[in-house]
Ligand binder design. Structure first.
Ligand SMILES: [Ca+2]
Length: 246
């Protein structure tokens, strides 16, 4: 469930004490000359309201006092929910389906967690660097049409979150992002956070935050990269990869 909590100041007392407050909401800027029907009428002294059924997209709110037929506006606010955000449709984001959705290379694999391996962060399986020195996994994810306008205006951003772990901190990993246009032409070099020997005793949250999405982008390439630092197995582990363009 999604809720919007509104709060405001109550500035009136004494002779000016309001009879109550009204809360208005619209998907368009609120026109004071043509007010919508209030979504709530609240008693005098109220300073909060929780809208439990906000609209998908833009929500314009206005809160007024009312008193003997007069209306005095205190607060205007705009909140946008849902619209303009596209979750990345990553197939098999937490290794539960083997290689489904991914192109594995260099010995990269999935492995069931526990029994000498770290427990999976989500579900039963984790991604692992595998038997090679630098295993990798790659998936191309189409960008949702709901954010094309934002992408092409040059204002879209990408967040990508994942969990990373290692056996002893010596085998390293990263997730790189590269954007492609509708003709599969790369729009710039892949961007990573840097290879990291993640914690061994717990799953570490790593995040690309607010990465700029180039104009014309239609595909996001997600590439898990690893680098073995010691031993014969590449113990760079990954799980629970998710992201949004907004
Ligand atoms: Ca998993």
């Amino acid at each position: 469930m999604c809720a919007v909590s509104l709060t405001w100041d109550d500035n009136n007392s004494g002779a000016a004490e309001e009879d109550g407050f009204k809360v208005y909401r619209s998907n368009l800027p609120i026109d004071l000359a043509a007010l919508p029907v209030p979504i709530a009428t609240l008693p005098s002294g109220t300073t909060t309201y929780d809208d439990l059924t906000p609209l998908v997209g833009d929500n314009y709110y206005a809160v007024s006092t009312y008193k003997a037929g007069s209306v005095r506006f205190l607060v205007f606010d705009l909140i946008t929910l849902g619209a303009g955000v596209a979750a990345l449709a990553i197939v098999n984001p937490s290794a539960e389906l083997g290689a489904t959705g991914w192109t594995f290379a260099g010995g990269f694999e999935t492995h069931v967690g526990g029994g000498g391996w770290p427990p999976a962060f989500v579900g039963s399986y984790l991604f692992a660097g595998g038997s090679g020195a630098s295993g990798s996994a790659l998936q191309d994810v189409l960008i949702g049409a709901s954010v094309f306008a934002k992408v092409d205006a040059g204002t879209a951003l990408l967040d990508l979150d994942w969990r990373q772990r290692s056996y002893s901190g010596s085998d390293k990993g990263d997730i790189e992002i590269e954007f492609f246009d509708s003709g599969s032409v790369s729009l710039g070099a892949a961007v990573g956070l840097g290879l990291l020997g993640a914690a061994s005793g717990s799953w570490q949250l790593r995040q690309h935050v607010g990465l700029g999405v180039p104009v014309g982008a239609r595909t996001v390439r997600i590439r898990i990269v690893t680098q073995r630092g010691s031993g014969s197995y590449n113990d760079a582990y990954f799980d629970d990869i998710s992201g949004n363009i907004f």
